[in-house]
Design a protein around this ligand. Sequence first.
Ligand SMILES: Cc1cc2nc3c(=O)[nH]c(=O)nc-3n(C[C@H](O)[C@H](O)[C@H](O)COP(=O)(O)O)c2cc1C
Length: 457
Amino acid sequence: MAAACSISNVGNGITTAATTKRVPIPPRGVDYRGKVVLAPMVRSGELPARLLALHYGADLVWGPETVDRSMIGTTRRVNPHTKMVEFFRMPSNSNLQHNVRAGCEPVESIIYRLDPIREAGRLIFQIGTSDPDLAVQAARIIAPDVAGIDVNAGCPKPFSTHDGMGAALLKTPDKLTAILEALVREIPPNFGIGVSVKIRLLETAAETEALVRRLVATGITGLTVHCRTTPMRPRERAIRGQLRMVADVCREAGVACVMNGDVEGRDHALELMPEFGVDGAMIATCAEKNSSCFRREEDGGMAPWQEAVAKYVRFAMEVRNKIGNTKYTLTMMVPGKAAEYKALAPKKSYTGVVEALGLSDDEEMRKMARETDEMLRIGEFKPPPPVKPPKVAKNAQQNQQKKARSPSPLRVGGNAGNKKRKAPPSPGPTTTVIREMVTTDGVLVVKASPQAVAETI
Ligand SMILES: Cc1cc2nc3c(=O)[nH]c(=O)nc-3n(C[C@H](O)[C@H](O)[C@H](O)COP(=O)(O)O)c2cc1C
């Protein structure tokens, strides 16, 4: 444990030199002290949203919780077009077989994507885990590309807690400390970055204090406390009654303490940090809506949503973000009452999104949108789905084959098990008409049914 010398004013004008403990920050790691940061957010914290937050002045950005098992087995590559680092995997065996049967090309899944330049030294990877070995395996894969590893011990959603991850770890402190200790043993010495944890409050201050005391003794460099208890809903106001105590326990152990919960922007954070004696502040929902909240009033303050949205779409196209995620994030940023919100709903391509947002007058945007659509094979570049052998035609054929076989008296009107069975309905006309329709969004629909015969003839 390193000691740092700090000068503090004790309040009566006398300045004293006090020795404060500090867990050393590894050479490639970051100190959370003095930072206002973007919170980890599944779906809302993908790469373009993080780039937007950095653009508006976030000091650090957390990536969305990524489960250890989904990271393990991924392959790293630098995308030759975008220069982004991508960790991807091919579809599972059953999905692969399904795609092959359907005549589709196998589509890889990108599990994690980051910008090696703009996020350098500022990206914290948040891991979802309930197992020390898996946590270490996953962290080793991503560690060379990020500035820190954070363990999620606060997410109350079933996708996180079902396997003992997220907020479930607050109830299993032995497991949580074992995970942090394993990461601290492996990651800082081998990769030069620190390990941190994000927790929620427990029901009583005494319970929270006991947990925090254990966590700060594991060798972590930072602890974020989301000032809500696990059962609290996001709409309920954050409670800050335990915050000063948590900050004091962290300071005593030399661990940076970051507050989270209802922090509205950088100026607000800079007021709250000294009020509660915390080292940093983390923002989620306000940044999800408009991350220009990271900009100080004196530097321009909040940008109009239209400006933030235009910047976001540009970042999304630059990194080839999935159109579904881009649309989801935009629905958080565009006010529900704006005409653009409604216009976005049916769009399935970047060209459509740019049009819905009224950005088509910008020729560069239009061009970027078209190029992105082409690379992602969406919108006008979406290939028609392979024509599958029509199921109904196959059924009709099978029915015919069945009929051709001599019918068993037990099957047709027989008396098997004293149950009266109806004779099977006539298979009807044997000709099957296959109809192809191209829907408004370019999807080729293949329909085949005996009824179609009646309709068509
Ligand atoms: C869409 C969304 C996704 C979230 N995903 C995560 C996550 O992956 N990991 C995590 O620790 N917390 C997650 N959270 C919780 C936030 O990081 C944060 O703790 C919470 O929203 C409180 O901050 P706020 O009051 O500024 O919104 C998520 C929150 C939102 C709104």
